[in-house]
Design a protein around this ligand. Structure first.
Ligand code: NAD
Length: 290
């Protein structure tokens, strides 16, 4: 069986997978591949599947499956799975990094000092202690964020219509979350319901000066609406690891809006997480019968 590794995985993975068959990263061999390993870069769509007649299993190393056409895979008898739990801590730490660094003014402090400025009186900080964190989506990653936010003395509320209860966060309506949260952290998958859910209507219901962090999916925000809310100061800052595409188009309004703090989709890219994803891939292949 041929295992084709299309995207970036832990460097030790090819050696670990050799027990299951031949391992390659040569995309020219797609037509012979039984197993295809992708992360978020490779799109498993009709064009790719048409070129892979031997394909039986797609493994998406990571969480979101929006780059894998699951219906098409099901139609063609191709099993499509992900590694749902490996990335939770890595992404939660990324969200916390934004939640700590933005109100601490750490990024502006660093950048201005590099420019030779000493903005001691200008850079006023705010604390997380006793503030309210609103989680949109309260699944695995959000739950890790909730634990960490609690340790900072934050009150944690969450909107997740698919949950009846949560061990840390108080579940509230989206409107209540918007009205109460000083900080909002976004953790939903991209679906028809979540696409553009942070739009002008919801932004208008938020507290003035709210800080929004997004490590979920870039398309869950209506970019032009959010850029306008940042320009007016309604939203104090937006910290994002995720974009409408990787990389975002040059005319993405969030690239030029004020107080946007950016990362190039590296939330899941910790060294430790790549190792855990590798462990889950090995477990999946151990159970797989071609
Ligand atoms: P999860 O499935 O454990 O949690 C997602 C939660 O979102 C679920 O509890 C679900 O009920 C909730 N949800 C679904 N639709 C909703 C809606 N309309 N409104 C509110 N809540 C809704 O998944 P997870 O492991 O916590 O991952 C969450 C998302 O984070 C992924 O889908 C992916 O898009 C993103 N992610 C990003 C990175 C990164 O590198 N930045 C890495 C991994 C995952």
């Amino acid at each position: 069986m041929l295992i084709l590794i299309a995207d970036a995985f832990d460097a030790s993975l090819p050696k670990r997978l050799a027990q299951f068959g031949e391992v390659t990263d040569d995309m020219a061999r797609l037509q012979d591949a039984t197993v295809l390993l992708v992360r978020s870069k490779t799109k498993v769509n009709k064009e790719l599947v048409d070129q892979a007649p031997a394909l039986k299993l797609v493994i998406r190393g990571g969480v979101g499956m929006d780059n894998v056409d699951k219906n098409l895979c099901a139609e063609k008898g191709i099993k499509a799975v992900n590694t749902p739990r490996a990335s939770s801590v890595a992404v939660a730490e990324m969200a916390m990094a934004f939640l700590v660094a933005i109100p601490a003014r750490l990024i502006e402090a660093h950048t201005s000092m590099k420019e030779g400025k000493f903005l001691k009186s200008e850079l006023k900080r705010t604390e997380l202690f006793k503030k309210t964190l609103g989680l949109i989506g309260a699944g695995a990653i959000a739950s890790e964020v909730a634990k960490r936010a609690q340790a900072f003395g934050m009150e944690v509320i969450a909107y997740d219509p698919f949950l009846k209860e949560h061990s840390i966060a108080k579940l509230v309506s989206l409107e209540d979350l918007a009205a109460k949260a000083d900080f909002i952290s976004m953790h939903t998958p991209l679906t028809d319901e979540t696409r553009g859910m942070v739009n002008a209507d919801l932004l208008a219901k938020m507290k003035d000066g709210v800080i929004i962090v997004n490590t979920g999916r870039g398309k869950c925000v209506a970019e032009a609406d959010l850029a306008a809310a940042l320009a007016s100061g309604k939203v104090r800052a937006y910290g994002t690891d995720v974009w409408p595409s990787d990389p975002p188009p040059a005319d993405c309004p969030l690239l030029t809006a004020p107080n946007v703090f950016m990362a190039p989709h590296i939330g899941a890219s910790s060294k430790e997480n790549l190792g855990r994803i590798g462990d889950e891939v090995v477990a999946i292949l151990t159970d797989f019968k071609a």
